[in-house]
Design a protein around this ligand. Structure first.
Ligand code: NAI
Ligand code: CS2
Length: 487
């Protein structure tokens, strides 16, 4: 129970029933509800307009969509600055919640995407939802979902397939295309989404391919707000501390940032009014965030769990971990960033460490550890090549990679429970090379859809990862964190 908490409640004070739906969102997850929907709530409160959301899950979690529908799409976001300071927002920007995991549900979603009043389609479907090779960003045609969509284009099951079919229906009906805005932690997320849709189109219809290539905008965006998956303890905390009984609620930090390339063919909300940064090129922002924040997060996820911690905040109570992350950011992330001001980056690093230490969030390391094959290229590996090219150290990153390999190995020895779209392949490598660490590391580095070939072939990279692996296997994690915390 909070002792004398400072609680600010912000009700949804506009009449949401008069808000039209101008945006369809794929990925009705925690982050969407705590980030994009909050920006739109604040926008609608201030400016009104037909920028309400129709938000859909195309995979699991029909219960959430049903829960929201029952609640007239009213839910709450609890923004914790600390355990004692909370802002509780009521959100009504989502005007319709759909579950599109069935043929009937997909048809309703496609109709929402194809209607001319839909001007933007946004996505938070996780990195794996785009069915791309993590290292190259190329569409994985062998993906079972893509295979289905190639043979059943009118009843697609993947996000690229849904985007393609909805655009096709607008093309056939002479309706201008919506703008596609990815809000996932992927480098160049707009271009990668565009490449996925065009790859599908290339197998179907040259005219439609060219129409999409010329007329559809795919701006990239950088998104940032730490939003842990909700647990029963979280729901109980909201009920006890804030008198908020809402199974669609989310808890998050107070910090929020959204940087968006200003390229929308059918218009957009004046998002600047609520603090969204509209830019020409999001690349510097996304590279900085993916390598500094997400790169540190993944180090916490694998090294923190090896050290026995369960949450980010718990791991941040270990001074050796804080020093190690600072060293990683100073010596292995900032040197890979273009055109940044050193002093500002050092300050950014300190702000990130303070955000990680926020003990009012129960951010499970296991959640961050999931889908490692889809995350590590943009968080660590892309920067590694720059470090090698500029003769910078990469011990912290190498320790992280080694910890990820051990994480996969331990999943294999436990019960083959690895939350990763490439789990079967990775666990097979573990089984094939049991007790042969050198061969196992070579086998992992040979996975070219994860490790870029140039990097994997570099003997300096191989030696760094091998040394880190051997040290982790033989020594204490905390001692190694201290060893590589040199500033
Ligand atoms: P979540 O687990 O609450 O929601 C995941 C969403 O992705 C669900 O709607 C699910 O149906 C959908 N999904 C999962 N696999 C899919 C697939 N193969 N195809 C289509 N849809 C799929 O997770 P959360 O927190 O909403 O995060 C989602 C994404 O948002 C992350 O992967 C990341 O890219 C981005 N994000 C998350 C942040 C966070 O702190 N949670 C912060 C910044 C970005
Ligand atoms: C986290 C991100 O789960 C993860 O991989 O690193 O979701 C992280 O919380 C966000 O990118 C913060 O903006």
């Amino acid at each position: 129970m909070l002792q004398n908490p400072q609680i600010e409640s912000i009700p949804s004070a506009y009449d949401a029933n008069y808000v039209g739906t101008g945006i369809v969102h794929l990925g009705l997850g925690a982050f969407h509800r705590a980030h994009q929907a909050v920006y739109l709530e604040r926008y609608l409160q201030a400016r009104g307009g037909d920028w309400g959301l129709c938000s859909a899950n195309i995979r699991a979690n029909q219960a959430l969509a049903d829960q929201l529908t029952t609640a007239d799409c009213r839910y709450h976001v609890a923004e914790y600055s600390s355990r004692q300071q909370v802002v509780l927002r009521e959100i009504r920007a989502i005007r319709e919640a759909l579950f599109a995991g069935s043929d009937a549900g997909r048809e309703v979603l496609l109709a929402r995407m194809a209607v001319s009043t839909t001007r933007i389609v946004t996505l938070t479907i996780t990195e794996k939802g785009y069915c791309l090779e993590p290292s190259s960003g190329k569409l994985r045609f062998e993906d079972p979902g893509i295979q289905h969509d190639l043979s059943h284009p009118q009843s697609p099951k993947t996000a690229p397939g849904l985007l393609f079919e909805a655009l096709n229906r607008r093309f056939q009906a002479g309706i201008a295309p919506f703008t596609v805005l990815s809000c996932d932690n992927m480098p160049h997320n707009g271009q990668r989404t565009r490449a996925a849709v065009l790859a599908l189109a290339s197998r179907h219809n040259a005219n439609l391919h060219d129409w999409i290539a010329v007329n559809v905008c795919f701006p990239s965006s950088m998104v940032d707000r730490i939003v842990p998956a909700m647990t029963e303890a979280d729901f109980n905390r909201l009920s006890q501390d804030l008198n908020c009984d809402d199974k669609a609620a989310v808890i998050c930090e107070s910090f929020s940032q959204w940087v968006v390339e200003d390229n929308f063919s059918m218009g957009r909300p004046d998002w600047e009014q609520v603090g969204v940064q509209m830019v020409d090129d999001v690349t510097p922002f996304e590279t900085m965030k993916l390598r500094m924040l997400n790169g540190s997060h993944s180090l916490l996820a694998y090294l923190g769990q090896l050290a026995g911690y369960k949450t980010v905040a718990q791991a941040m109570q270990q001074p050796a971990m804080v020093s190690f992350l600072r060293s990683y950011m100073h010596h292995e992330a900032i040197p890979t960033l273009q055109g940044v001001e050193q002093a500002e980056m050092l300050a950014y690093a300190e702000r990130l460490l303070a955000r990680f230490a926020n003990d009012s969030l129960e951010h499970k390391l296991q959640q961050i550890a999931m889908d490692g094959s889809q995350k590590l290229p943009q968080r660590w590996l892309n920067g590694c090549q720059t470090l090698l090219d500029t003769a910078h150290p990469m011990e912290c990153t190498a320790l992280g990679i080694a910890a990820w390999v051990i994480y996969v190995q331990e999943a294999g020895t436990r019960n083959n429970d690895l939350n990763d779209p490439l789990a079967q392949r990775l666990l097979t490598l573990v089984a094939e090379h049991r007790d042969q660490p050198t061969a196992l590391l070579s086998a992992f580095l040979a996975q070219q859809d994860i490790f870029p070939q140039q990097l994997a072939a570099d003997s300096r990279f191989q030696q760094s990862v091998t040394q880190a692996y051997n040290e982790l296997r033989q020594g204490s994690v905390v001692e190694l964190l201290n060893k590589y915390s040199g500033d």
